[in-house]
Design a protein around this ligand. Structure first.
Ligand code: ADP
Ligand code: MG
Length: 322
């Protein structure tokens, strides 16, 4: 059983706090995404867990064992970074076999493990090629194979798909999720892409300035954000003033476009109408200066900039934020 427990984990750099007292419990076999803007401490957090950096304070427990002071090689962790960091002079097979050579696995066992891993990653037949003779997606699969071949207890992925174009990235997201489920390995995936974070994980941890803003299921974080930062980082949000003085958010898909004189609607003008294929995104401005984002299925007809419109929503779709 390999869960991860972080207790008050902190890392300062010369008076600057990159990771601020993070507490986290990851269950055995769980897939957790860590989402945050650039500079929020995501890479630092993974480096602490991997043992590549020492914390200023706090503890790291992996599989029930306190590894805070242990060197990386004693933590049995598989790592993949955005820059695949493959050895360019080695073949695919040699790259994947490398962690086994370091661990002094016997040759026969090593060959068998490498063969099985290449097959699992759909890289059979490519073992003799060098990294530069592969596509970006194939290189990333080699990096994953190399991270998994020695049967690590934990897989840490730092923006592993960030360098790929959108279509390939989406395909690999599905593959990675399936692979993680099949192998059953406890996985932390760092990303700054909210769709990736929401679509892949059992739970998502949102970081800002090194501090945890929310740790929740993707759906709960999207629909019931803990604060305005999470609300706005996880997607477009309309922030409105509530009668009790608090603020609330409404997601664009929950804002309805209505007739100008419909009851319980606010009249305005379409500022921008953007065609997105299956849907339209409208920016509707109101006389008071407020502006609403609203998405609606594309039904063949659409409003255009300058058209009169009105917006409305149900109270049930408003979530109060601090
Ligand atoms: N070795 C270091 N020395 C000083 N500051 C660092 C060092 N590593 C990271 N930082 C700072 O810590 C913050 C978090 O960095 P990082 O963990 O790389 O963020 P992320 O991966 O979320 O983009 C950044 O402001 C970064 O400049
Ligand atoms: Mg980073």
């Amino acid at each position: 059983m390999t869960g991860i427990r972080l207790q008050g984990l902190r890392r300062d750099f010369a008076g600057f706090t990159a990771v601020a007292d993070v507490d986290l419990d990851v269950e055995d076999g769980e897939f957790l995404t860590i989402l945050g803007p650039s500079g929020s401490g995501k890479t630092t957090l993974l480096a602490l867990i991997a043992g590549l950096l020492q914390p200023t304070s706090g503890h790291i427990v992996i599989g029930g064992r306190d590894v805070t002071g242990s060197p990386p090689q004693e933590r049995n962790i598989g790592l993949v970074f955005q820059s695949y960091a493959l050895f360019p002079h080695m073949t695919v097979e040699q790259n994947v076999a490398f962690p086994l050579a370091v661990r002094k696995w016997p040759k026969a066992r090593s060959q068998q493990a490498v063969g099985a891993m290449l097959k699992l990653m759909q890289l059979d037949g490519l073992g003799g090629r060098r990294p530069l003779q592969l596509s970006g997606g194939q290189q990333q699969r080699v990096a994953l194979a190399r991270a998994l071949v020695f049967q690590p207890s934990i897989l840490l992925l730092d923006e592993p798909l960030g360098a790929l174009d959108r279509k390939l990235r989406e395909a690999l997201q599905v593959e990675l999720k399936q692979l993680q489920r099949r192998v059953g390995i406890t996985t932390l995936l760092v990303t700054h892409d909210q769709e990736e974070a929401l679509s892949m994980a059992d739970r998502v941890m949102v970081l800002d300035k090194g501090a945890v803003q929310q740790l929740d299921t993707p759906q709960a974080a999207y629909l019931r954000p803990a604060n305005r930062f999470v609300a706005e980082f996880l997607g477009a949000a309309n922030v409105i003033q509530l009668p009790d003085g608090r603020r609330g958010i409404v997601r664009p898909e929950n804002v309805r476009l209505m007739e100008r004189d419909a009851p319980d609607s606010l009249a305005g003008v379409v500022q921008e109408a953007i065609y997105l294929g299956q849907s339209m995104r409208y920016y509707v401005s109101l006389p008071c200066g407020a502006s609403f984002i609203c998405t609606a299925p594309f039904t063949g007809q659409a409003l255009k900039a300058g058209d009169p419109a009105a917006v409305g929503w149900s109270a049930a779709d408003v979530w109060p934020v601090a």
